[in-house]
Design a protein around this ligand. Structure first.
Ligand code: NIG
Ligand code: FE
Length: 422
């Protein structure tokens, strides 16, 4: 199967500047940090060929090398082409909406107050436990279709609305089944430590013991998770419990990607970095000390501005992080409580309008750095020969800054996944 995209006005997010061929010993870049986040490598008036699901070649229309034939040809005149978004943090397997709580928050209750009253994550857990696996699969499958149309080509899905062994396994099986049938690439994360369930109320340590002794071995035995997560924050899990859990996860080869510093300076960033986390996510409460810890690590700071938007939190200090030389990734956090949206284009708009990120920085954060936060940077997230042909063809526009600028418009005209037009 071959697909040729012709007359591309701007081909974005190339691994290397167009006229500088990559050196043989460093064929691909793995992520983009600091000042380099603003430098967009663009090929103007370009073509790109997909073959067998991969990017086979690309070049300038003026060059002779352009293939003359392909099974399918798209004319991208006046349009941009870029890699699909890599959304490295979601909870998109869930049973129902929580719009009631949304109204409660409008009327003055905080996210933490709602959680303390048995709403929030515990409300989702109650519903999920009652919902059959097939029903969860059906609704999550619809959400996958929704985000694919929004331009997402890879996504991480967490458990954490089960909160007992059987229900956590049920959630992860749904996510694994999706991975088997979905054109969007999927990784899964075990988030048993999302909240303490009612059976263990007031006994956080006993619940963590249960997760370590009962749930985790079964998750590992069935090979249901790629990563382990914990909600390390005020009112949820302490750094000490998180530490125990991550240590146990490591015994099964599960690397951490954790929720940290959303509600407070919780020590979550520190505990994640100590355990070699692939990413630490949220980071609304990040100061100079946390930035210094991240600077010394290979952990990807991952920001979820649609959560800050929806809960009315302070936005994470993206500008300070990038100015300190850090990379950042952007993700949607798609979930029914704090971010009922998987629309990455809106995440980009918030990153620019509310966190002072430049459009080019936001695009890198949502593509290559998101891929890195999924350990898929060798396969996705940039335009390079051999990478998976997961691509977005935009509506007509002059420049990539229009992607976040028209914040109410869907920038995606066509989504291409594995070289196939959706
Ligand atoms: O990432 N912060 C913790 N977990 C989710 C919210 C989950 C929920 O409210 O259902 C989040 O924001
Ligand atoms: Fe989350």
């Amino acid at each position: 199967m071959s697909l040729l995209i012709k007359n591309i006005h701007r081909l974005l997010c190339l691994d290397h500047a167009p006229d500088v061929p990559p050196p043989d010993d460093a064929p691909q870049r793995r992520f983009v940090a600091g000042k380099a986040m603003a430098d967009m490598h663009v090929l103007e008036d370009a073509w790109l060929l997909c073959e067998n699901g991969r990017i086979a070649a690309f070049g300038r229309m003026a060059d002779q090398a352009q293939p003359q034939r392909a099974e399918q040809v798209i004319n991208a005149q006046g349009k941009l082409v870029l890699p699909s978004f890599c959304d490295s943090h979601t909870h998109l397997v869930f049973a129902t909406a929580r719009a009631r709580e949304y109204v409660d928050r409008i009327q003055g209750l905080s996210y933490e107050q709602i959680a303390a009253n048995g709403g929030g994550i515990l409300n989702s857990a109650k519903r999920l436990r009652e919902t059959p696996e097939e029903e969860l699969l059906e609704s999550a499958w619809r959400r996958i279709g929704e985000i694919a149309d929004f331009g997402t080509g890879a996504v991480e899905i967490k458990s954490g609305y089960g909160l007992d062994t059987a229900s956590e396994l049920k959630m992860l099986r749904v996510a694994r089944k999706l991975a088997g049938i979905s054109p969007v690439a999927i990784k899964t994360t075990f988030l048993g430590a999302h909240a303490v369930p009612p059976e263990f109320a007031g006994r956080q340590e006993a619940y963590v013991d249960y997760l370590i002794e009962d749930t985790l071995p079964k998750v590992a035995e069935e090979g249901l998770a790629d990563y382990i997560d914990a909600f390390c924050d005020r009112g949820f899990f302490t750094p000490e419990s998180t530490d125990r859990l991550l240590e146990a996860g490591a015994r099964y080869g599960l690397k951490p990607k954790i929720h940290a510093n959303e509600l407070d300076y919780s020590g979550g960033i520190q505990v994640g970095v100590q355990h070699g986390a692939v990413s630490v996510d949220h980071l609304e409460c990040t100061g100079p000390e946390e930035i210094a810890v991240l600077k010394d690590s290979a952990t990807m700071p991952t920001l979820l501005p649609s959560t800050a938007f929806f809960l009315g939190l302070e936005y994470p200090p993206a500008r300070r992080m990038i100015d300190a030389g850090l990379p950042v990734a952007l993700a949607s956090d798609y979930n029914p409580g704090s971010s009922p949206s998987g629309r990455m284009a809106f995440v980009l708009a918030l990153a620019c309008a509310k966190m002072g990120m430049l459009p080019s920085e936001a695009l890198h954060a949502a593509t290559l750095n998101g891929a890195r936060a999924l350990e898929w940077e060798d396969q996705m997230g940039s335009i390079a020969v051999g990478k998976r042909a997961n691509l977005i063809v935009t509506r007509p526009m002059d420049h990539e800054s229009e992607i976040p600028y028209w914040f109410g418009r869907d920038p995606v005209e066509s989504a291409i996944l594995g070289g196939q037009l959706r």
